[in-house]
Write a protein that binds this ligand. Structure first.
Ligand SMILES: NC(=O)c1ccc[n+]([C@@H]2O[C@H](COP(=O)([O-])OP(=O)(O)OC[C@H]3O[C@@H](n4cnc5c(N)ncnc54)[C@H](O)[C@@H]3O)[C@@H](O)[C@H]2O)c1
Length: 395
């Protein structure tokens, strides 16, 4: 259920390993493209595999689920306006397979979910189908692949598998053993749910520490990149790199699934979210004030190059991107700003007019490095420019 960035590759890999798969999605475009062997997501090497499994009949896509032996919920779990997790997609997908469930079936949630979601879905299933109690297997198995490296990681990464009971864990492990060569770690569903949230919250907290250091260093007149590199010479210290905030659909989202349910206990996790969000505002204000200073000193508006829009280096994904929000904030707050927006991984954007990175660097009075894309490493440092380096391009 769900043929997105995670569901589709999972369906393809399973089909490639001899499993007969029906991939279900409510988006007709996704179903149509998949059945035509066309990949609707960007993932290197995946389209050839899709064509192979569609041609062999091992995978077919459909807008409604069919009777199967195992069902996997791989639908979105966004948060609502107040940062409360929205599990309505998991519930809708579960309701869609409910009438098809039969004795001996396996039901697995892969979507990143708040603690207790698997138990809630279990209660929902047994409330509607009480005759299935103790007759089906229910488990939670989160995904931790890196987009861009999915073919390798789906197979080789370790997985954490938590069943509602031992028999469910066994059944889910038996399924994933068909195509996962990484280790399959047994636990219960709550621990498996929390494990996924913990992994991303851990990254968020560690990045927040680096971002906090960057704010302190800016005030103290210390180069934060040099500081971190020196501190990391300690054999037991490993500080991450600061940036212009934290984005993407995982690290900037999943910690809220903990803070929403455990607000009193999750103080570091909540503060890390605040620090990482604040870092973007701080960057936008820094750019704005450099623009005002330039205008006062030179009697004209500066040309500003915003280098990077993606949420991390060398990708084209702009979801929840702090760089994008900084560029937007500066444009909105500065009257008639002369901005050049650069994103070498995107050809065209429906909101931003994009400029080539070399051209922008050449023309700019103020250059703002927001994302450490590999292309920017080719640029020579120019001391006739005002450089705001938020991501360590010129460390
Ligand atoms: N993308 C990642 O890198 C990643 C990594 C780890 C975990 N996750 C988690 O995996 C889950 C899925 O993420 P994704 O990136 O694949 O999302 P996605 O938005 O790319 O895909 C989800 C798909 O589900 C479909 N869908 C929605 N409701 C449906 C329903 N009721 N029945 C059938 N299909 C339905 C949508 O049309 C969409 O195509 C989320 O919980 C996410 O947090 C994502």
């Amino acid at each position: 259920m769900g043929l997105g960035y995670i569901g589709l590759p999972t369906a393809i890999i399973a089909a490639k390993h001899g499993i007969q798969v029906t991939g279900v999605d409510i988006n007709p475009m996704v179903v149509q493209m998949t059945n035509q062997g066309k990949l609707h997501i960007i993932e290197p090497g995946m389209e050839e595999m899709l064509q192979e499994v569609v041609a062999s009949g091992a995978l077919k896509a459909s807008s409604t689920p069919e009777v199967s032996d195992a069902y996997f919920m791989v639908v979105p779990t966004p948060f609502k306006g107040n940062h409360e997790p929205d599990t309505s997609y998991v519930e809708a997908a579960t309701r869609a397979v409910l009438p098809l469930l039969k004795e001996g079936d396996l039901y697995v949630i892969e979507s990143t979910s708040p603690v207790g979601t698997t138990d809630k879905m279990k209660d929902l299933i047994f409330a509607e189908r009480p005759e299935l109690e103790d007759k089906i297997y229910i488990a939670y198995c989160p995904e931790r692949v890196l987009p861009g490296n999915v073919i390798y990681e789906l197979v080789h990464n370790d997985r954490v598998i938590g069943g509602m009971n031992e028999a469910s864990t066994d059944k889910a492990i038996e399924f994933y053993s068909h195509f996962v060569t990484g280790e399959l770690h047994r636990t219960n569903c709550k621990t498996a749910e929390m494990c996924k949230l913990t992994e991303n919250s851990s990254r968020d907290v560690q990045i927040a520490f680096a971002n906090e250091l960057s704010l302190i260093c800016d005030k103290a007149g210390i180069n934060v990149w040099e500081l971190i590199s020196l501190a990391n010479r300690h054999p037991r210290v490993n500080i991450l790199q600061p940036g212009c905030g934290v984005g993407g659909h995982c690290i900037a989202v999943d910690p809220y699934f903990i803070t929403a349910d455990f607000p009193l206990e999750s103080r570091i996790i909540a503060t890390a979210r605040e620090i990482n969000n604040y870092k973007s505002l701080w960057c936008a204000e820094k750019v704005h004030s450099e623009m005002l200073k330039f205008e006062l000193a030179n009697g004209r508006k500066p040309w500003v190059a915003m280098m990077g829009l993606a949420f991390k280096p060398n990708i084209d994904d702009l979801r929840e991107s702090p760089a994008k929000s900084i560029a937007t904030k500066v444009m909105q707050s500065y009257n008639n700003a002369q901005m050049m927006i650069v994103e070498p991984n995107v050809q065209e954007h429906n909101v931003f007019k994009l400029t080539d990175y070399k051209e922008a660097y050449e023309k700019a009075d103020i250059v703002v490095f927001l994302v450490n894309h590999r292309e920017f490493a080719e640029l020579n440092y120019r001391d006739d420019l005002i450089v705001l380096d938020f991501c360590g391009t010129f460390k």
